[in-house]
Ligand binder design. Sequence first.
Ligand SMILES: [Cu+2]
Length: 512
Amino acid sequence: MGRRTLFKGAAAAVVLAGAGAALTACGDDQPQPQGYEGERRRLPVPPLDEGEMVDGERVFHLDAGAHEVNVLPDRKTRVWGFNGGHLGPTLYMRRGDRVRMHVHNGLDTMTTIHWHGMKLPAVSDGGPHSRIEPGETWEPGWTVEQPAATLWYHPHPHMETELHAYRGLAGGIVIADDVADGLDLPHEYGVDDIPVVLMDQKFNEDGSLNEEIDPDLGLKGDTPTVNGITAPTFEATTKRLRLRLLDAATMRFFNLAFDDGREFQLVATDSGLLDAPETLTELRMSPGERAEVVVELEEGETTMLKAVPFEENMDVPEDEYSLDFGLKDTFELLEITAADSLAEPAGPVPEVLDPAAAKEPDVNGAPERDFALNTFEINGRTMDMSRVDLAIDHDGPEVWTVTNENTDWIHNFHIHNSRFRILEVKDTDVPVPTTGWRDTVQLPPGATARLAVEFGHYPDPEWAYMYHCHMLLHEDSGMMGQFVMTEPDQEPRLNPVAYSEGLHEDHAAHAH
Ligand SMILES: [Cu+2]
């Protein structure tokens, strides 16, 4: 077990506490969110963008920019988003589609946009190498070769991901396929199939975002937002709702439940449908994760989706020297009111969803790799854009064993261009969610997770994919590494343009 994590905040607090002042570092310090007084506002539903079919490609246009919006009911906040608003449209694409993105950077600073959860060539992945300078347009393309799922897109610039994501540069992606379309699950977007983008922020008196990055907790906020506003309400017109939940917060884990403790059905995790639904009353999510849940409503009733405390605080010690990750916070997130008359579903939620999802990868003889996360390092190193940490020269699965060596910090672990099954989580009593196909795993202090990982196979020795902690302060502080997919016995050789000067027109992703 690793050493106890040392961090600047605690050291400072100890010095200041000399005269016996009370410390309030711990979880009973419930933040008072802003913008939750008064009447609730209607939940904004991001527009569904199906792209435009051009020469056999599904073509999307995203224009990143800054905008003044009412995140809070009574004050304007300057935020970032795509195509004229806060956050971005929900992109709709189908398995088998060839897609092409036109991502224009209308901001005054460089950023990158990553397609989280997508299997695709590294040159199109949108990691920190794929710089989009102000005024430039990046045009990656790929073929969607994976099952129906809820993915998302978000910024990934080197050491600045947290701030860019905090400002709101994020949106959802719905991948559809025939399996998902054939199921009797809600799928009318905005009516009974609802994106729920969870974030948290801090606001100054004048409504502007408080962008002070705490050295230990980054931009963890005190005010949660859903689809970009505080205190939303959604009026349901159907008896059954599908919520596509996304933890798009920079640092915050959410334990989601309804205020009346009602059961709901988990039907999909990060990478797509489960083979069979799972009945839950609480759902734990960490930054970057998605989950699709189905909830049943009675006519005329009201229920509230809440963030409720992680009872065991995810094994983070509750003393004045440990960080308060907000795991004991309670928030009222999304009110759902049911109309007096609700459309009935055709039948019960199907007992079988995607039978193919039950099949685990055969990892007999698969290569094994170990990753030790400790404060801001993975295997004793912080991120270096010019260093390839590992090369994968085959198209089979691998077993990755990931350990959180910190005894009082939580982490999670996300792998680009992949999906995985969690074979085992050990050395913890925390109930880590393990069902289904995922691209992100939660790691309580001391825990080890064994993952059977399947990668998209797009050999290219010049472009790297990332693996990292998705708590964005941790990622920005170096808790990230790079892997390259190669042909057998091929040496990785990162394109120097990709990490020194940025990606320019003549190096655009069209090559693939
Ligand atoms: Cu972390």
